[in-house]
Design a protein around this ligand. Sequence first.
Ligand SMILES: Cc1cc2nc3c(=O)[nH]c(=O)nc-3n(C[C@H](O)[C@H](O)[C@H](O)COP(=O)(O)OP(=O)(O)OC[C@H]3O[C@@H](n4cnc5c(N)ncnc54)[C@H](O)[C@@H]3O)c2cc1C
Length: 403
Amino acid sequence: MSAPGEIAAESFDVVVVGGGPSGATAAHDLARAGRRVLLLDRAGRIKPCGGAIPPRLMRDFDIPEALLCARATSARMISPKAREVDMPIEGGFVGMVDRDVFDEWLRARAADAGAERRTGRFEQLERDADGAALVAYTSGKGEGALTVRVRAKLVIGADGARSQVARQAIRGGGETKCVFAYHEIIRAPGAGFRGFDGRRCDVFYQGKLSPDFYAWIFPHGETASVGVGSARKGFSLRGAITALRASTGLDHCETIRTEGAPIPLKPLKRWDNGRDVLLAGDAAGVVAPASGEGIYYAMQGGREAARAADVFLATGQPRSLKEARKRFMRAHGKIFLVLGIMQHFWYRSDKRREGFVKMCADPDVQRLTWDAYMNKELVRAEPGAHARIFLKDMGHLLGLSPS
Ligand SMILES: Cc1cc2nc3c(=O)[nH]c(=O)nc-3n(C[C@H](O)[C@H](O)[C@H](O)COP(=O)(O)OP(=O)(O)OC[C@H]3O[C@@H](n4cnc5c(N)ncnc54)[C@H](O)[C@@H]3O)c2cc1C
């Protein structure tokens, strides 16, 4: 029975909570598989994000070039002592997307595939008399706001870091350790401005800008993202960006938006409740350590969630939900481990950061880094290069390399 002012529960195969890259991908894949899907997003806020995506993402998820607002063909790494190391990308690029445009495009594609889109804020996961999941959400604002309840055979929680769905349904959910990231969207300076290049990503490894992560300047066509991350409590991210903009001359550029959000640091141990709830993307904690790259992994997580959901709907077996995490970690667990170790070793002190930037000048390091980033696989083909990097790595760590 629904109370006065409430709408009676409709039924869906899957309710996807959150219409970011992971939720929109899950909803798209499930709708294409012929499932009855509701894609629920609270809307009204552009996701704070640097918007850097690899070519592999564009291939795997059929993203048209037209969605890119810029293509970076090199990165500049800047050390604590202001040493600059340029890393050109041979035959590739880093794509840049504006998240308002990109996310909306993904949601519209999911709707074109047959998912029903609604705007509303997920409030609570409830159960009806026979134990089925009821998703309660608020539709509308102020006096016209309504609580709506929809029934779901499965709920996919793709509502981002510190997910409400995870908090309510998954043991240990919503409690992941996070880096907090903050950026300012500025009007990009014109061509020839020293300290900015519309085809280059600048990455600052300097303790004064971030004691445990890094700061960046990413080109976005007419605009640029100037940002920083840190997990250190009390560290002033705004202060760091003010300093970075002053030191690069970008303090004279118009500020369009300022915004911040947490980035989860570690995949959750459980992504499902063993019954009818499954997490994807930031909600499941899947962002690459060291780089903070999350869009590609969110979309992969959304795809794996849809695959597991499809089997669950066909068989009614809750254990099929576990496959989403298993398959994801089989494909990406190793790279997460390597990046986690890198972050642990290299982001600890300015001395280490200096060594890290120096190491980035090495052609083997550059080739393997770009290959791993663009193709999302650890390169197996060049054992010699791996061995050289390992030896150089150890040399730097032990202070045996000349500076
Ligand atoms: C400052 C910053 C810079 C970053 N830069 C990069 C980068 O350059 N490249 C990269 O790959 N990654 C980057 N990331 C990480 C990346 O943004 C995330 O990993 C990615 O967005 C995760 O996608 P998602 O779909 O899981 O979650 P989100 O993108 O967070 O989407 C969650 C969705 O859920 C909706 N939602 C939340 N709560 C509710 C609710 N209660 N009811 C209904 N809907 C709800 C939100 O509206 C949102 O649309 C950055 C992150 C930050 C914070």
